[in-house]
Design a protein around this ligand. Structure first.
Ligand code: ADP
Length: 618
């Protein structure tokens, strides 16, 4: 048997199986070439799952940061556009009435009124102007600040009779400048934007009073209220004067200094509002924290009064959008990784299938090999048995030749001795008869030995002729009957009606049966029993001739031991231990076997088993 192994990388599979190396091994077993595949993880895998997870998380973080920056910048652009819009609308609202007080100051009725002359229907006219212009109130004050005419003359909270001399816009107008001011109404308690101009007296010289208008900006801020956004306007002191969220109104972005606080109080600008500071913390990158919430902040100055417009956008939705983008990225990565794992698992399965198929092939080769080995062992056993049988046969043949020459050489001297002894006995005295009887005994013993030797000296050739087994029994009994009778043994013979025919040499088969009968006789002599049964029967295609006795038996010895040449339990001169050896050889020559077994209740049974033949005996 030759076994040759070569190992080389499994090129095609190692490329396709990803993280696995598949080594293919060609094996030549009993002349058949087969392949064994070995799968093992490739080196130390770099793509450890936790590394992949870390890399995935890092990537998601990068995606989150980038998308957050991008969304923020887009939101800033949008916020700036919205801020510009609010700024334009507010500026337009303030600018629209800039010149109205100046124009009204030219009215003679107003000039007369500030000079203390009767105003006539001025109140009604002012009310008509206010309604048409869409302003909150129009009113005229004399040089002390006392209101002498007002558009809301007929309303419960009229300005008429009220003095506004403390208002900065009044003071500015009296000084010839245009007065502008934002304040909560001292009379109405409603916030408004005041624009004022000085009114000359009837002669046109010197400023005798002030005409002012009040615009309600509340309507403007009403449209600012959009969810997620905060819009407010803070004045130069940082006080929020207009706001989309009423909670922010009249709060400050920073605490007011005591001096500014005093000025505000003097002007009664915020009608006793506490002006509490907000939790306002500007941060980096246009971010600000208002009451702990992060906002994007865009600020633009308003040209009038040093105001600033603040536009705040909630950052949370931006962060949510960035988070969603990162999650989508994570899902994408997870999907890609799952796909990779699926493909990898499929390839591993493929590789395993290849290896499995190889294993099955190898197993079948192994089985074939085992069968061959078993067959070889059986052949070897047969050879050894044949060898030992050959040895035994050749030993027996040599023994036969030796026996033939010894019986031949001793036969004549012994029979001569017997003749001389008989002649001597005739004329012998009674004293010599004893000696002669002893000599006769010795000669009988010598004859016994030569008879046994003659038994072995019989020619080994087996003529293949049909033999009737009953004849074999008759022939053998004819040879031993005398001895059996002398021992008081009467064999019980059982034979079938039909002839039992085998192929072989009748004399040699008789020789076997004679040996079995003599052995039985000797065994019976040891126990004193006399039961001897000879049975002939057929079983399938075999003839079985059994000899059963009630002798001492042969104990635990096997037929192989018993039929070993020179194996005997008889004393010297009575047995040579060759009978069963010769008998077994003769049975084998006939294609049969000799079987021995102990009988229940004591004794031995010997079976001559021979193949049956159909041919009639000649
Ligand atoms: P031998 O009879 O000369 O001893 P055999 O080969 O015929 O040689 O027998 C071998 C031995 O087998 C005997 O010595 C005896 O011990 C045993 N044997 C044979 N036949 C019987 C039998 N019928 N009963 C008991 N033992 C037997």
């Amino acid at each position: 048997m030759t076994c040759r192994c070569t190992e080389r990388p499994f090129g095609a599979c190692s490329a396709s199986a990803g993280a696995f190396d598949i080594a293919r091994r060609s094996v030549s077993l009993g002349g058949m070439e087969t392949v064994m595949a070995k799968i093992r993880p490739r080196g130390r895998p770099l793509w450890r799952p936790w590394l992949l997870i870390l890399a995935g998380l890092a990537l998601c973080w990068v995606v989150f940061s980038l998308s957050f920056t991008a969304f923020k910048s887009a939101e800033l652009t949008r916020a700036m556009a919205r801020t510009r819009l609010y700024q334009a609308v507010l500026s337009e609202a303030l600018d629209r009435f800039q010149h109205l007080p100046f124009v009204l100051a030219e009215d003679p009725a107003l000039r007369a009124a500030v000079a203390g002359q009767p105003a006539g229907d001025l109140n009604a006219r002012l009310a008509e102007y206010a309604r048409r212009a869409g302003v909150d109130a129009l009113y005229v004050m004399d040089r002390t600040g006392l209101t002498v005419a007002a558009s809301n003359y007929d309303q419960p909270l009229t300005f008429l009779g009220q003095s506004y001399g403390f208002r900065p816009y009044f003071k500015a107008a009296m000084e010839g400048r245009q007065g502008e001011f934002f304040a909560i109404g001292a009379t109405t308690a409603r916030p408004g934007y005041f624009i004022a101009a000085g009114v000359p007296g009837p002669g046109g010289r010197g400023i005798q009073g002030v005409v002012a208008l009040k615009i309600d900006l509340g309507a403007l801020t009403g449209v600012w209220d959009t969810p997620g956004e905060k819009v407010f306007v803070a004045n130069a002191d940082g006080v929020i004067v207009l706001a989309s969220d009423p909670a922010l109104r009249y709060r400050t972005l920073a605490p007011l200094s005591p001096a500014r606080r005093a000025a505000v109080d003097v002007a009664r600008q915020f009608a006793g509002e506490p002006l509490a500071p907000l939790d306002w913390r500007p941060g980096r990158n246009s971010e600000v924290r208002l009451n702990g919430i992060r906002f994007l902040e865009v600020t633009t100055p308003l040209p009038r009064l040093g105001w600033s417009l603040y536009f705040l956008t909630d950052i949370a939705p931006i962060r949510q959008r960035a988070l969603l983008t990162a999650l989508a990225m994570a899902a994408l990565l997870g999907g890609a990784y799952a796909g990779y794992l699926l493909i990898r698992a499929r390839r591993v399965r493929q590789a395993l299938r290849v290896s499995q198929a190889d294993r099955v092939a190898l197993r079948s080769i192994n089985r074939r090999l085992e069968r061959e080995i078993e067959e070889r062992r059986r052949a070897e056993r047969r050879l050894a048995r044949t060898q030992s049988e050959l040895d035994r046969a050749s030993r027996l043949a040599a023994l036969g030749r030796l026996a033939a020459s010894v019986t031949h050489e001793l036969g004549q001297p012994i029979s001569a001795m017997r003749t001389y002894l008989t002649a001597e006995e005739i004329g012998a005295e009674s004293g010599d008869r004893m000696l002669l009887a002893r000599l006769g005994g010795l000669i009988a013993r010598m004859e016994n030995i030569t008879r046994q030797l003659r038994f072995f000296a019989t020619d080994g050739g087996t003529p293949a002729k049909p033999v009737e087994m009953k004849k074999v029994i008759e022939g053998a009994l004819g040879l031993v009957r005398h001895d059996l009778d002398a021992a008081g043994i009467t064999p019980q013979i059982t034979t079938p009606e039909a002839p039992v025919i085998v192929t072989g040499d009748r004399l040699r088969l008789e020789q076997v049966l004679v040996n079995l009968l003599r052995n039985a006789q000797q065994a019976l002599a040891e126990t004193g029993a006399t039961e001897l049964k000879i049975t002939l029967e057929t079983e399938g295609d075999q003839a079985i001739l059994s000899v059963r006795d009630r002798g001492a038996g042969f104990g635990a010895r096997s037929i192989e031991e018993l039929s070993e040449p020179f194996h005997t339990s008889r004393p010297s001169g009575e047995g040579m231990g060759l009978g069963l050896a010769i008998s077994a050889a003769i049975m084998e020559d006939h294609g049969g076997t000799l079987r021995a077994s102990s009988r229940a209740g004591g004794g031995a049974r010997f079976d001559m088993i021979l193949p049956l033949t159909e041919e009639a005996p000649k």
